[in-house]
Design a protein around this ligand. Structure first.
Ligand code: SF4
Ligand code: SF4
Length: 92
């Protein structure tokens, strides 16, 4: 299973929680600040499994996870603070 994350850098506060929990060390803190003055995170997208832990832990729900699972792309978001199961929806 492979995955990819998309981070809304302008809404990220750079708290680093997602960096700490990612089992694949796929997330790093950027050297450039966003418009709000925070240093947001960036994805290296190397080794991401789409496990969704980063999206679940983010207090500001700014991480979107794309997962390639048996040929189907699943989009996982945490925008409404749903549970992991509720977050997974199939994309056509
Ligand atoms: S989905 Fe999992 S592997 Fe991918 S960046 Fe998030 S925590 Fe890391
Ligand atoms: S947990 Fe969310 S707000 Fe904190 S650094 Fe990661 S993406 Fe940014």
């Amino acid at each position: 299973m492979t995955g990819k994350i998309i981070i809304n850098a302008e809404r990220c506060k750079g708290c680093g929680l997602c960096v700490r929990v990612c089992p694949k060390n796929n997330i790093i803190i950027s050297k450039k600040s966003n418009k709000a003055g925070y240093f947001p995170v960036e994805a290296t997208n190397t080794g991401c499994t789409g496990c969704c832990i980063c999206a679940l832990v983010c207090p500001d729900a700014v991480i979107e996870v794309l997962r390639d699972e048996t040929g189907k792309i699943r989009e996982i978001t945490n925008s409404k603070k749903k549970t992991k199961t509720e977050m997974i929806k199939e994309k056509r």
